[in-house]
Design a protein around this ligand. Structure first.
Ligand SMILES: [Mg+2]
Length: 211
């Protein structure tokens, strides 16, 4: 009988592998020292999310649009880099998953929604070394990438995400023989209350994933 044990795990990034200590809202406080009100930053941040995902250049542009004047971009970037390095952390069980995969000869990739350069910056900062990094612009774009990964690595593969609707969009397009969907329950996930339409295996620790 053909072995059906997965050897490849594809994972979402934010609140699946990594999180911001103190929350992603920490970014809003960076601008207080520049006398830019928090509510201005929040509105600007939401605008970047609507236009292909957040990055710091877009945030500066949006803030300048609202304030109708230029701000100290160099200073903003220094503050932002320091905040990122200080706050972005791997969940402890991410390292357990990576170690388990290594022991069993498996591999992992990252499939994330957002701005290409910012997502890559975060992944590199944490020293993760996936076989591939796939950044898609919007929610619901992941099935095409997963189909490609199945063809490259052999089926089945596992896909893990904290967002129920992303898992649903994958199950809608790809069957269980190709992609096994797993929801990681994270207390600090912004999608903790999302309900899923399809049934997905649920775990609270990436170390629980079996190969
Ligand atoms: Mg996520």
């Amino acid at each position: 009988m053909e072995s059906s044990k997965p050897k490849h795990v594809a994972l979402d990034f934010d609140n699946t592998l990594a999180y911001f200590e103190g929350g992603r809202e920490g970014i809003f406080d960076l601008f207080i020292t520049l006398n830019i009100p928090r509510d201005v930053v929040e509105v600007a941040y939401k605008a970047t999310k609507r236009s292909g995902g957040f990055n710091i250049d877009k945030l500066v542009d949006e803030i300048e649009k609202i304030l109708k004047k230029s701000i100290d971009e160099v200073k903003v970037k220094v503050l932002f880099s320091k905040w990122l390095e200080r706050s972005l952390k791997l969940y402890p069980d991410t390292e357990d998953l990576v170690a388990n995969l290594k022991k069993k000869g498996g591999s992992f990739s990252i499939v994330s929604v957002g701005d290409q350069s910012y997502q890559e910056q975060k992944i590199k900062l944490l020293g993760l070394n996936p076989v591939s990094i796939n950044i898609v612009p919007t929610v619901g774009d992941k099935p095409t990438i997963l189909q490609k990964l199945v063809l490259e690595t052999g089926r089945p593969i596992i896909y893990i995400d904290d967002k129920a609707t992303e898992l649903d969009s994958i199950r809608k397009c790809l069957n269980e023989e190709d992609v096994q969907t797993i929801r990681i329950i994270r207390d600090d996930s912004p999608y903790k209350e999302e309900k899923s339409k399809y049934k997905h295996k649920e775990i609270t620790n990436l170390g629980e994933v079996k190969f």
